[in-house]
Design a protein around this ligand. Structure first.
Ligand SMILES: Cc1cc2nc3c(=O)[nH]c(=O)nc-3n(C[C@H](O)[C@H](O)[C@H](O)COP(=O)(O)OP(=O)(O)OC[C@H]3O[C@@H](n4cnc5c(N)ncnc54)[C@H](O)[C@@H]3O)c2cc1C
Length: 469
């Protein structure tokens, strides 16, 4: 593709090549423009459905680069996207005709073993963090696919296998360094810039570019877990049992329930391309007690189980191979309080008609430590919800884009009337202001006032956007 810079930059000001050259001289990292050879590769994000053409990438190597790039973008009135790991379902780490501040050059993981705290760069991905912390028998609560970025996942909340034991990722965030819209650099924590510290624990990338995170880690080395599967016809019985079981189980036990097809190896051949109700478990307690904890689970007679001891990074990477970069993804989400008969009925209906082998529905339990944080202590408003639900239509073939999108939307529309109203912001695509408001509920207005204070012109708006008050 032959793109001219003038075609790509749509601003109220004209940006001359001399001005871009001037920015280039200020950066330790590099500027990538549409004519550069890295451009095509860089503009590809995890979701192959996203096809955006930015005007330029600032490949930031340090905080100084981020400050210079934020100032340049603001001064030239450009649209700005911040890219951490590039995994966002709605493609919110990239934009058309604007600047992308890419943080993949700001990576480090430093473990402090005297306090079990961990410093992580703004551009790290979770498997780099798990690798570094595992050497010390530690882990930070994160998501279930390890190629996801630390930045986006953390700023939205962070739900994973350790949520019932140690809370969401934001519940383990102790401090962050940020570059604000006016180019100033601040550190935020429970004792410094407390309004911003509150806002970034769920409010997404609305408030600035986080260049460094400091997390509390926990002793997690070996876990006992893996999948259990039942034929989809048993969904009603299994979901009912799961709902009564999981929230009364010890915090050490987690497991998300799903409707899914088994696409192929490493599962045995007789399961391939069949539809299942599955639960993927992770137990972090005393390994000597694991068999006892799993007794009631195995008593439900799954047709397949593959649970056992494994290093924590192994469960974190269990699904990485199934989901390489570049496939088509369509996302929809909601929180739920119950798994009533209407919900089970719809899950059976849509789970029995999954359009492609990788399309799935997941319900992540939110009881335990994640539910013991106050509903106003962070922007994450749904502390009383029992599940964060997500439906994903997924396929490698762009030709199947329509059918995965339709299935996902129809499934969501069938379940939404029984939901708690809003959704986890990191599981949404671009669904408009009403959905953003519904997701932050009573915390939206406070977020909006903080946004007005630090980003009144909404420079950081390629996200689940909080409108300045
Ligand atoms: C396969 C897959 C599995 C997933 N599993 C889970 C899961 O188990 N649990 C869960 O909670 N979520 C999960 N997610 C959702 C994930 O949390 C979001 O997609 C998240 O936005 C990804 O973060 P990222 O940094 O990779 O994204 P990006 O696309 O880089 O960015 C997403 C948003 O975050 C902002 N952002 C990113 N980094 C920074 C930063 N350093 N400073 C300021 N703003 C920043 C961006 O501006 C953008 O608005 C999953 C996503 C995928 C694709």
């Amino acid at each position: 593709m032959n793109l001219k810079l003038s075609d790509m930059i749509t601003t109220t000001n004209t940006i001359s090549l001399a001005e871009i050259e001037n920015l280039r001289t200020q950066l330790k990292g590099k500027i990538v423009l549409p004519a550069d050879k890295d451009y095509e590769e860089l503009r590809a994000v995890f979701n192959g459905m996203i096809d955006k053409y930015p005007a330029m990438f600032a490949m930031c190597a340090d905080v100084a680069d981020v400050i210079a790039s934020v100032n340049f973008t603001r001064e030239h009135n450009m649209l700005l996207a911040i890219r951490g790991g590039g995994h966002n379902g709605g493609g919110l780490g990239i934009c058309d005709n604007g600047m992308v501040i890419d943080l993949s050059g700001i990576k480090y993981v430093r473990v402090n073993t005297s306090s079990n705290t961990v410093r992580v760069g703004g551009g790290n991905i979770w498997n780099e963090v798990d690798h570094a912390t595992h050497a010390f028998g530690l882990a930070i609560p994160a998501g279930i696919v390890s190629s996801t970025g630390v930045g986006g996942l953390t700023l939205g909340g962070g739900i994973g296998y350790l949520a019932r034991k140690y809370g969401l990722t934001i519940d383990n965030l102790l401090e962050a360094d940020m570059v604000l819209a006016d180019g100033t650099f601040v550190t935020v924590s429970a004792s410094q810039n407390t309004d911003l510290f509150w806002a970034i624990r769920g409010g997404g990338g609305n408030f600035g570019v986080i260049t460094s995170f400091k997390f509390q880690a926990h002793p997690v080395k070996t876990v006992f877990g893996g999948p259990t599967l039942w034929p989809i016809e048993k969904l009603d019985e299994i979901m009912k049992w799961y709902h009564s079981f999981i929230h009364n189980a010890p915090d050490d036990l987690n497991g998300f329930i799903a409707t899914m097809i088994i696409p192929g190896p490493p599962f045995p051949e007789h399961l391939h391309m069949k539809q299942f109700c599955g639960i993927v478990w992770c137990y972090t307690g005393d390994m000597d007690k694991a068999k006892e904890v799993f007794e009631p689970i195995l008593a439900m007679s799954p047709v397949f189980e593959h649970v056992g001891e494994m290093p924590y990074p192994a469960i974190q990477t269990l699904f990485d191979g199934l989901f390489p970069k570049g496939m088509q993804w369509y996302w929809r989400a909601d929180f739920f309080n119950e798994l009533d008969s209407e919900i089970r009925e719809q899950c059976l209906k849509f789970g029995s008609n999954t359009p492609t082998p990788l399309s799935q529905m997941h319900l992540y339990p939110l009881s335990g430590a994640a539910s013991r944080v106050g509903a106003e202590d962070t922007p994450w408003a749904y502390r009383d919800a029992k599940y964060a639900g997500v439906i994903v239509g997924v396929d490698p073939d762009a030709g199947n884009r329509e059918i995965i999108t339709k299935w996902c939307k129809d499934y969501w529309e069938a379940l939404h009337p029984y939901s708690s109203g809003g959704a986890y912001s990191n599981f949404m695509m671009d669904e408009g202001q009403e959905r953003v408001r519904a997701s932050y509920k009573h915390n939206y207005d406070r977020l909006s006032r903080i946004k007005q204070r630090y980003d009144p012109n909404n420079l950081f708006r390629v996200n689940q956007n909080i409108i300045p008050a």
